[in-house]
Design a protein around this ligand. Structure first.
Ligand SMILES: *Cc1c(COP(=O)(O)O)cnc(C)c1O
Length: 393
């Protein structure tokens, strides 16, 4: 096996350097622990950038993938497979009873949503309102929906038809919605934008505006969905139902997979020839997705996640009282942000050196996306490292 340094040399020679990477090669994960090539163990409070909602290598997913890989790896969408139908049924029954389109990544699910909005609304209504600080993905359509100038730099022109308004500002939405507007698209909790919770009544206000003006409400639940908040979907936590919802990251238990769910009358506009994804809903992703839902239910992980969220918020809030570094603690379930008074990057580095993996987003927000099944002893061990690192400033 290569050392981390040898793997880094390999990358330097052959892999495009479009990511900022930590100088460590990871080799093995189990639950909320992960090991590097030198055998160092880390507690992972950010498994798989939100994809590892069930921890690393959860047994039911490993078994489902192994079994399916020996049976049928891929068939094109010109055929039926029972697995894809079953996966769609399980997702539909746990959400608003809609129909599913399958693809492979979050940005792709949002591209599907953008196309469905346009197909459904007709050629005179193509505009979509999105929110400052949002993140919807990196392909040109989803990137155009993403209202953060830093992600657009050097890539102009964006796709036409997006209007950006401040997050939480209902009046701005109202005045931005004109005769050409077809939809409002939003993350129920902004993820990359700093774990930003919607102000009280904001999502309901959007629903009301959409009802009044006959607009579609699209929730990007790529990060918040699939149990992350201690509910199947964040829209259920807030009690406001979208017309279209996009899922990826954790939807196939750490495996690559994504879905767009749409209410039946809307979904009908995606007809043969309008959209496709070669690998969408492939047997392995579907087997993993089904196993993920079954695992969450068999192990009571939604309830556990709600408790886990309370533990994190309580501990971080008391830490905020002890040090004046933390300005605000936000989030719910397994999606927690601690906004700092300064740049958070050095703290991520210091935690990593001490054997804890966390993330910093939006410059100064420490973001934790732990696994739903993070054991309490590891939660406490990791939080102690974080507290220690923050107290040392
Ligand atoms: C990560 C993310 C995406 C993009 O997902 P990819 O799989 O990287 O394309 C889109 N929306 C939200 C809210 C995300 O967190």
């Amino acid at each position: 096996m290569l050392t981390s340094q040898q793997t880094i040399s390999l990358f330097n020679q052959y892999v495009i350097a479009n990511y900022t990477r930590y100088p460590v090669a990871l080799v093995k994960g189990q639950g909320s622990e992960i090991w590097d090539a030198e055998g160092k163990r880390y507690i992972d409070f950010f498994p798989g950038w939100g994809c590892g909602l069930l921890g690393h290598c959860p047994k039911p997913i490993v078994e489902a993938v192994q079994k399916q890989a020996a049976q049928l790896i891929h068939v094109p969408n010109t055929w039926y497979t029972e697995l894809q139908g079953t996966w769609a049924k399980l997702l539909s029954e746990r959400s608003f009873g809609g129909l599913a389109f399958f693809c492979n990544s979050g940005t792709e699910a949002n591209e599907a949503a953008i196309k469905l909005v346009r197909l459904y609304s007709g050629k005179d209504r193509c505009k979509i309102i999105t929110f400052q600080g949002s993140f919807h993905g990196r392909t040109m359509g989803s990137l155009s929906a993403t209202a953060q100038p830093k992600y657009h730099a050097g890539l102009a022109p964006m796709l036409a038809g997006f209007t950006y308004v401040p997050y939480g500002d209902l009046k701005a939405v109202e005045s931005a919605a004109d005769d050409e507007t077809a939809a409002v698209m939003i993350e129920p909790i902004q993820g990359e934008g700093g774990v930003r919770m919607p102000p009280e009544g904001f999502l309901q206000g959007l629903r009301n505006i959409c009802n009044d003006k006959k607009l579609l409400l699209v929730f990007d639940e790529v990060q918040t969905g699939c149990g992350r908040t201690g509910h199947w979907f964040a829209y259920q936590y807030f009690g406001v139902e979208p017309d279209i919802m996009t899922l990826a990251k954790a939807v196939a238990g750490s495996f690559a997979g994504a879905a767009m769910l749409a209410k039946k009358d809307v979904a009908g506009s995606l007809r043969p020839g309008t959209h496709a994804a070669t690998f969408g809903g492939n047997p392995i992703a579907a087997a993993a997705g089904i196993a993920a839902i079954e695992m969450i239910e068999a192990e009571g992980l939604l309830e556990k996640t709600q408790k886990l969220g309370k533990l994190f918020v309580t501990k971080l809030q008391s830490l905020a009282e002890e040090t004046d570094l933390i300005q605000e603690v936000r989030g719910t379930g397994a999606m927690i942000g601690a906004e700092l008074a300064m740049d958070g990057t050095p703290f991520v580095q210091a935690c990593m050196e001490r054997g804890l993996l966390i993330n910093c987003t939006h410059g100064n927000v420490l973001r934790l996306l732990p696994a739903m099944n993070l054991p309490e002893n590891l939660a406490n061990e990791g939080l102690e490292i974080l507290a220690d690192v923050l107290k040392k400033g």
